[in-house]
Ligand binder design. Structure first.
Ligand SMILES: Cc1cc2nc3c(=O)[nH]c(=O)nc-3n(C[C@H](O)[C@H](O)[C@H](O)COP(=O)(O)OP(=O)(O)OC[C@H]3O[C@@H](n4cnc5c(N)ncnc54)[C@H](O)[C@@H]3O)c2cc1C
Length: 394
């Protein structure tokens, strides 16, 4: 049964309630700008979806500057060491002592989203969950519109001064904008796992192994994220828990460096490594932020951080346009963001080459280069400083 059609207006209509949309909505609401966020998922779904965990200092500074950091200050943990393991070697990099001496804050994305939703509602924002944006109309004109549908069949029509596409890599905003884009398909797939188990050590561990990459990322004292490179045609359920723990142990050198702390696998999914850069990330009155603006593989933990920084850049530009009739920052929005996005991609691409068995036409030779890169990272202070600056910086 249809529940009919309704029409709405707002100053800024935001598609998607991930980190990008919620940070943007919070900053705009605090500036007195009316916003509506449309979110396809239910509130419980977005508040439980485990994804990112590592926040760079630049992201923490944005959250702090806008009064969005109470949860991460109370429950986040600093993290400053990562470890590389190969079949022949192992070394740690205390990146908090290298480069600019900056550290990560580990705060699970679902907790951050929960905090941001609560604060957005407290600031008077309108969050419409279970509502999918289906069509963007007239985004090149002065009064862009969006048609959306609720899960109970209602049809909503929104007119706004500006649209913010924060609806992720496969969202409507990216599909609507017709700007040039460059893509890299790596042909690499990860099995992404959450284990109800403490990490083996409180460091990120990158395992470089001929069978494929394996990684350990601490999330909380009792929950650890693991990654296992797998064949692209495999299904997550083809991996029994025994096979998962045996593969992790083999690729992370548990026999030499200490047994893993096992526990039930509570979540599993596939991540296909793929990158895409759009330039520009704006068209008319439609502006893309976060994963909608660029898909980046999780290899260097940049996605949520780009989302938070992009949201702040767009919020400032929209505030100037709406409150001071100055749209110069809005015109520059893409030019301000894309160089940062490119740098994050460059580092992420380098990490992918460092961590995975070669897939190019000369695998033997490429393996030798990979060994040289690891050797240099283990021994060269200049290389380590460069790594630290890019690993934590954004
Ligand atoms: C396993 C994994 C681990 C990761 N680890 C890290 C990490 O450690 N550090 C890091 O920085 N990044 C990490 N990332 C990446 C990070 O999670 C993303 O970059 C981040 O979620 C991007 O935020 P966003 O707000 O742009 O998009 P999203 O979080 O994807 O939010 C987009 C929202 O839009 C909604 N939506 C989509 N289409 C519509 C529509 N048509 N109408 C209405 N709503 C819609 C979606 O439901 C979603 O809630 C990881 C990703 C994965 C998958």
């Amino acid at each position: 049964m249809s529940v009919g059609r309704s029409d709405h207006t707002t100053e800024v209509l935001i598609l998607g309630a991930g980190p990008a949309g919620l940070v943007l909505g919070n900053i705009l609401q605090a500036a007195g700008i009316t916003t509506v966020i449309l979110e396809r998922g239910g509130r419980a779904h977005i508040e439980q979806r485990a994804r990112a965990g590592f926040l760079a200092p630049g992201s923490v500074a944005v959250l702090s500057a806008h009064g969005l950091d109470a949860g991460l200050r109370a429950r986040g943990r600093t993290h400053e060491t990562c470890e590389f393991r190969s079949t022949t070697d192992r070394f740690e990099l205390s990146y908090g002592q290298l480069g600019r001496r900056e550290v990560h804050t580990v705060y699970p994305q679902q907790q951050l989203v929960t905090d941001l939703v609560a604060e957005y509602l407290r600031r008077g924002g309108e969050l419409r969950c279970d509502t999918t944006a289906e069509q963007i109309l007239d985004h090149r004109g002065d009064r862009p519109r969006v048609r959306a549908r609720t899960t109970d069949g209602g049809e909503l029509h929104f007119t706004a001064s500006y649209l913010a596409g924060c609806d992720g890599a496969r969202g409507l905003a990216r599909a609507t904008i017709t700007t040039p884009r460059s893509t890299c398909e790596y042909g690499i797939t990860w099995l992404a796992l959450l284990a109800e188990a403490p990490p083996t050590s409180d460091t990120v561990i990158y395992g470089v192994h001929p069978d494929g990459f394996a990684g350990q990322m601490p999330r909380s004292p009792g929950i650890t994220r693991y990654y296992l490179q797998c064949a692209s045609n495999e299904e997550p359920n083809q991996w029994s828990e025994q096979r998962i723990w045996e593969s992790l142990a083999a690729r992370l050198g548990a026999e030499r460096y200490g047994a893993l702390r096992e526990g039930p696998i509570i979540e599993r999914g596939l991540v296909r490594l793929r990158s895409e850069i759009l330039d520009p990330i704006q068209q008319g009155r439609l502006f893309l932020v976060g994963d909608a603006a660029s898909s980046i593989s999780p290899s260097a933990a940049k996605g949520a951080n780009l989302a938070i920084l992009g949201a702040q850049t767009l919020a400032r530009a929209l505030t100037a346009a709406l409150r001071s009739a100055d749209d110069s920052a809005l015109q520059r929005y893409s030019d301000d963001c894309v160089p940062r996005i490119r740098r994050a991609h460059e580092f992420s691409h380098w990490m992918i080459g460092l961590l995975h068995p070669p897939t190019g036409p000369n695998p033997g030779f490429e393996r030798e280069l990979q060994r040289a890169r690891l050797h240099s990272l283990a021994g060269s202070r200049t290389h380590q400083d460069f790594f630290a600056e890019n690993y934590v910086g954004i």
